[in-house]
Write a protein that binds this ligand. Structure first.
Ligand code: GN1
Ligand code: MG
Length: 363
């Protein structure tokens, strides 16, 4: 541990931060990157920073990830400038290394980045009530609005085919052939359901590829946990975790927002009776979202509810794939964790289907 901390302190010292380091703590949220929070004292002021070792199994080109993030955050920050006293809570900001790079590469080839830590805020893993759902909808709509004049095509595609349903089904087929520990015997009904829904799932990616859906900036991970709220919960301030910012259809983000904000149960719940799509939350969420998302085309708007189902489906496919591959991608805390995650997503889709007409009244 001691030597790990020494390595970490050396990494931190590479970034353009003034003052003296007083504390470093590990943060265990998130499935992908390793995260640490440091505290510095500079001229009597306490400042905190977030340091992350970027997972380069997932992100093959970490510098491109950082170029995307830097471009997008500076675009938003420039818009906010002069309008908010609490601007530092409203936008992630990258801290460069002492030699002006967006990443530091350590002796083992690990890629590190640093952000200003956003303090006095909180996150939620599920939505509490309709007013909170409204706030979340507004926040995602606002994020999209802030970036609606940014050319999505200028960004790097850092994980090619990230939300390409056809590609994700191909990966699922490969995982079925790999069949780690003969796990296929445990997934009959789940596979049947996902196979029966394959065709419909291709809608968003094909809409984008054919040009029916415009290519914009997408965040690609707009789950509720990635939204920072004021400490008292009264306002959603900032969207974080910009790792997967890429060109895409805006509906990937709208869909992930719906997937994570309307569910009554956790993504990795084991009791499926806790998982359903709450129509009251859906209504408020969509109202908040549409209040900001004034730039949507008619085709985009017509697919808002579909997008929630679609992103839930792609997550089910990805979790099942990882289960069959032997849990190589998502970190797991227990046996069958990825299978449990697959099941919650399928349950959520089925409940959306049962309420389909009601949900579509919201748009
Ligand atoms: C992963 O690590 P985290 O929680 O930011 C995943 C997302 C999924 C999410 C599901 C790069 O995000 O696509 O929606 O898990 N990110 C990547 O909880 O694969
Ligand atoms: Mg993420």
């Amino acid at each position: 541990m001691q030597s790990d901390e020494k390595i970490l302190r050396n990494v931190i010292s590479q970034f353009k931060i003034d003052g003296s380091l007083t504390q470093v703590k590990a943060n265990r949220e998130g499935h992908i990157n390793s995260t640490y929070i440091s505290t510095f004292v500079h001229e009597g002021n306490i400042r905190k920073y977030t340091h992350q070792r970027i997972n380069n199994y997932v992100f093959k080109k970490p510098l491109e990830v950082m170029e995307n993030i830097h471009a997008v955050t500076e675009h938003i920050y420039t818009k906010l400038l002069g309008n908010y006293e609490d601007i530092d809570q409203r936008c992630l900001r990258v801290v460069e290394t002492r030699d002006g790079s967006l990443v530091h590469i350590d002796e083992e080839g690990g890629y590190w980045r640093t952000y200003h830590y956003i303090d006095h805020v909180r996150t939620f893993s599920t939505i509490g009530d309709a007013s909170q759902a409204y706030l979340l909808g507004e926040a995602i709509g606002n994020f999209q609005l802030q970036l609606s004049d940014f050319d999505g095509k200028s960004l790097h595609e850092t994980i090619p085919h990230f939300h390409d349903m056809g590609f994700r089904y191909k990966q699922l087929q490969e995982a079925m052939a790999f069949n780690h520990q003969n796990r296929l015997v445990h997934v009959g009904p789940e596979l049947d359901f996902l196979m029966a829904n394959k065709e419909r799932g291709l809608l968003l990616w094909e809409g984008m590829s054919s040009g029916k859906l415009p290519t914009r900036v997408t965040h690609n991970d707009t789950k509720i946990n990635n939204v920072l709220f004021k400490a008292d919960g009264s306002e959603a301030l900032c969207i974080i975790d910009l790792d997967t910012v890429m060109p895409g259809t805006i509906l990937f983000d709208t869909g992930d927002m719906i997937r994570t904000a309307t569910t009554t149960g956790e993504e990795d719940a084991t009791d499926l009776s806790t998982v359903s799509c709450d129509e009251k939350l859906h209504k408020a969420l969509i109202q908040g979202y549409l209040a900001k998302a004034e730039f949507l085309t008619d085709v985009e708007r017509s697919l808002v509810v579909e997008s929630g189902r679609n992103i839930t489906q792609i997550m089910a496919v990805r979790f099942l794939t990882d289960f069959l591959n032997g849990d190589k991608y998502y970190s797991i805390q227990r046996e069958n964790h990825n299978l449990d995650r697959t099941r919650t997503q399928i349950k959520l889709m089925q409940d959306m289907d049962a309420k389909w007409d009601i949900l579509n009244r919201d748009v």
